[in-house]
Ligand binder design. Sequence first.
Ligand code: SF4
Length: 325
Amino acid sequence: MAAILDIRDLVVHYSSDRETVRAVNGLSLSLERGKVLGLVGETGAGKTTTALSVLDMVQEPQGKIVSGTILFEGRDIRALRPEEMREVRGKEIAMIFQDPMTALNPLITVGEQIAETVRRHEGLPREDSERRAGEMLELVGIPASRSRDYPHQFSGGMKQRVVIAIALACNPKLLLADEPTTALDVTIQAQVLEMMSELIKKFGTSVVMITHDLGIVAENCDHVATMYAGEVVEYGTVDQVFGDPRHPYTIGLFGSLPNLDEESDRLTPIPGLMPDPTDLPAGCFFSPRCPRATERCQAERPSDSEEGGHRVKCHLFGGGKEEGR
Ligand code: SF4
């Protein structure tokens, strides 16, 4: 199936006079049309920077896409003129941010915030855009009669529903959802995710779901990419990665989850911290924390091995099979 999004060898840095933060380091991934890709990893793995790169929203002059290609429906995002990119942003590719309060304008009614997006991107007259705003609110489970209310009159979960309504109002082809439910409490999280997943199916939207929650990936995604220090270290279908996790970091992420089927007093967290992005280790970036690291790992950066679409960046795997398996 054709990829709607294809990122190759993306490198993104943030620089100051004193240092360079290597946020994304040769990341490659693709997303098939109509599918949901989960992007997982700890804070600082480069997940949000990757999404901002797709929208050409990496903040210059400190932030810079140093190299790589980002193809959206075969078009090179990096080659678009600013006015062309403004058309793509919000209409063809939309983003949902983690905190609804930063995404909503507290001084404008929620209905007007949705209507304004529709007017800007689709050129609908005021009356039609207001009607669309009411329909979108109903779709996310909020009565259209509340379109004249302001953000502060809504709970956290309702505000995030409004943000989702804004993101989907122009029926984007690609949705980048950055930890869309992290700021919500657990029961509201489940409701919002269920609603999102129904709307994604209804509209046939392709989605990159950024999360640190493997449970959300298991329930909502088709494919999963594990990110570590600005690289994708494992990629595959949810069945491949959850059924047979291969990269020691992915295995570590699973080990740090509670297992309800087994009695255990303790979780097994991954020892150590994500490396300093201004001073990444030589060799494999995971080597200082990896229980299986060898001398080779400390000296040589691993490349991708692939078997049946299941990709792993680790010296233990050559030709897709674990050495010695
Ligand atoms: Fe661990 Fe070496 Fe594989 Fe890196 S390359 S994940 S250090 S075994």
